[in-house]
Design a binder for this molecule. Structure first.
Ligand SMILES: [Zn+2]
Length: 299
């Protein structure tokens, strides 16, 4: 149904979009050793000292050629955006990529995949197979405007951390204490997804960042990874706000799964948090809409 992709036509269109973003587009002349099947659809863009490649491989190009080529770019420390006309490319933080197809009306659409559907099952036409569909111009403007990024919540942007849990009585001393069961990171930065961790799954090195120094006002006792003698194992545990006794894990509390918000606070997403949340299933390449007028740079 849809029209075929003509690499040369698409290349010129993309080059014009990049130029309209204030980047200089150069003819790509390469040293030998390049994989020749990929060469026709390469754009080299620069602005000041920044240099970015765009690769538009013919649909017949094998994924292994693409991966080899990306490895060359990594070696040369060159950033590269891949525009594929086949839908089955890998979703990877190391491969900034979008699918580009043609609409029935003859325009171009760019699509970004998520982890929900295996790459080999994606259909070019089925919009529900993709997490984000946008115009080619929007994609290029995002990629060359610092709004194309990989992850779940974006580094350097504000986020709200929300603690959910249950209010319960300490078995040891009878004091009412809040037990944190889950931590949610919600970012208002457009295009972000939320990150949700069960308390036990919060990476230990993030505990300090996701737990404010003093939660006593919210009746939450100290939370840390500790060895619990009775359970003969270590886990991230709540402690009683008054006596410090480690509190039961969620499986030991016979209250059903109903959690309530305990408290929330604002943070700036650190590199560490962005990196950790980029390992969650929701992580993918994302385009943030241009409405955002922030200052973060790069992809
Ligand atoms: Zn207690």
């Amino acid at each position: 149904m849809s029209h075929r992709i003509d690499v040369a036509v698409l290349r010129n269109l993309v080059a014009a979009e990049i130029a309209s973003q204030g980047w200089k587009v150069e003819a790509r002349t390469e040293a030998s050793g390049a994989i020749t099947s990929l060469r026709s659809g390469v754009i080299c863009a620069s602005r000041g000292r920044a240099k970015v490649l765009v690769e538009i491989p013919p649909a017949s190009t094998s994924i292994s050629d693409v991966v080899a080529r990306q490895a060359q770019h990594d070696k040369s420390r060159l950033r590269c955006l891949w525009l594929f006309s086949r839908p089955d490319f890998p979703l990877s933080p190391g491969l900034p990529a979008a699918f580009v197809g043609r609409t029935i009306a003859g325009g171009y659409v760019a699509r970004l995949p998520g982890n929900g559907i295996p790459s080999e099952s994606r259909s070019a036409q089925r919009e529900t197979d993709w997490q984000q569909s946008l115009s080619l111009a929007e994609l290029i403007s995002a990629a060359f405007g610092g709004r194309f990024w990989y992850g779940t919540v974006r580094e350097g942007r504000p986020a709200t951390v929300r603690l959910d849990g249950e209010f319960t009585k300490c078995d040891a001393c009878g004091e009412w204490t809040n037990l944190c069961r889950a931590i949610e990171v919600l970012s208002p930065y457009p295009g972000s997804h939320f990150a949700l961790y069960q308390l036990e799954d919060v990476p230990a090195h993030l505990l300090g960042e996701l737990m404010p120094a003093n939660l006593a006002a919210s009746k939450v006792g100290p939370i840390r990874k500790r060895y619990i003698r009775e359970e003969r194992s270590s886990r991230t545990a709540n402690s009683c706000i008054r006596c410090g006794t480690p509190q039961p894990g969620p499986e030991l509390v016979g209250r059903g799964g109903q959690l309530s918000p305990i408290t929330q606070f604002e943070i700036m997403v650190s590199n560490r948090l962005a990196t950790a949340t980029a390992l969650l299933p929701a992580a993918r390449w994302r385009v943030s809409p241009a409405a955002d007028s922030g200052t973060a740079k790069g992809q």
